[in-house]
Write a protein that binds this ligand. Sequence first.
Ligand code: CLF
Ligand code: SF4
Length: 524
Amino acid sequence: MDTDLQNAEPSLGHLKPLKGIKVEVAGQPESSGCGTTGGDGKASCGTSDGPDDMSPEVWEKVKNHPCYSEEAHHHYARMHVAVAPACNIQCNYCNRKYDCSNESRPGVVSQKLTPDQAVKKVVAVASEIPQMTVLGIAGPGDALANPKKTFDTFRMLQEQAPDIKLCLSTNGLALPEYVDEIAKYNVDHVTITINHIDPDVGEKIYPWIFYDHKRIHGREASEILSQRQMQGLEMLTDRGILTKINSVLIPGVNDEHLYEVNRAVKERGAFLHNIMPLISEAEHGTVFGLTGQRGPSAQELKEVQDACMGGANLMRHCRQCRADAVGLLGEDRSDEFTLDQIEQMDVVYDLEKRRAYQEKVESERQAQHDAKQVALTESSDTADADMKVLVAVATTGGGKVNEHFGHATEFQIYELTPSSTTFVGHRRVDLYCEGGFGDDEQLPSIVDAINDCHAVLVSKIGACPRDELTAAGIEPVDQYAHEFIEKAAITWFADYRARVANGDATYTPRGDASIRQGAFTSAA
Ligand code: CLF
Ligand code: SF4
């Protein structure tokens, strides 16, 4: 990735070369916002007051939160601090040796931090990464099963870095007890993992909870959990705190049920619903992993998400990140900020510099939005209303096609129609190119991960993967290197439709694709 970044056009979205980017404040346009209400691509261009379908207060909360705004996730980073090791329930997709998989995939064990260490780390990261706008506590257990550590961290951070948004993730069991405290510390974003509203479904996911000083099993456990989750959600909504609901899609267990969950949380004021795939492998040592419960395919996930449209707004850009993740969603720079490294750093928390940098980011974001609108207008002449395709995009961030095929560890997936472009997800892949050489053995799994796409947009691609993709019916496209993603995708699609219309290409629907289940052993 480093090599590619050195070769790439400078972009605000690249967090790594940050020190080399000059922040120019004078002459900057006013900070302006343009956003989505979630992951449905319901983009509504806005002024600095925000989009039409959102109050200015809500816009202020979401505009630079990478999880609450799909558009923001190209530009802004988040970090987690692993201060919450304990948990008060058991999920069948969790192995306590690893991070909470409700809000972080079961990956490498996090470095546990005390609140003091956590705050020090956040301030150090914020001084290095001015686009880091959100601090989340998401495990490795449950944030509210560790209330003292969680709220001590928030309190101290609020004093030292007041511009950083505070975010919390919980299974919801203890939530009603802590809503007042959440409000007191200005935690504006709370995620609750809700996998069921029917205890018969919940019973298959949760073997027990620890509640009211005792361990409770079976149906009663999932009944209490659901009741507490709904109560907590209503209390947060009453206080104007934005909520996101995470649901783990478990085929055969709650796949058909998640539509009801979506409607139930919408009724109670949830801002976003994030339906994410179960990650389940025997090597994870979870109940589901050991009993062979599989995760969904890409198409199964998309079908459930699509079926839920019209209810609570959907988030589709979640990366199931670790409880100590640092950086843009989809990248993890936590190994640059270990406690030892922080001790060596010269930390200067410069609020003005952070603000100036973020204004620059906003102007880049506005340019991305404007480019998309122009491209959509220009391509409407060749409209063929029925055609719909997916394209995969290799990007390092900043909303641009700026990653070499061989350096991509994930592809972002966009759905295109003649009148719209919508972010619909991402696919993790193993690196094709390491140490300057392509590993052809990786190619089949990469093709498999984007097999439902008609094209893959990259900044560069070698001859071998180009041939392999073409043979699989996926068009490799590198002529839009360093252009904004949506503009590039729309322009490619207009050209593709023109080729189909004049007989130079044949449109055929594509098949399914796989969601990588090997996340356990690979870096994020
Ligand atoms: Fe972290 Fe979660 Fe806050 Fe985001 S993550 S606590 S809301 S700052 Fe985001 Fe990561 Fe998905 Fe979570 S991509 S796992 S949704
Ligand atoms: Fe594991 Fe999180 Fe479930 Fe607790 S809430 S059992 S840490 S997945």
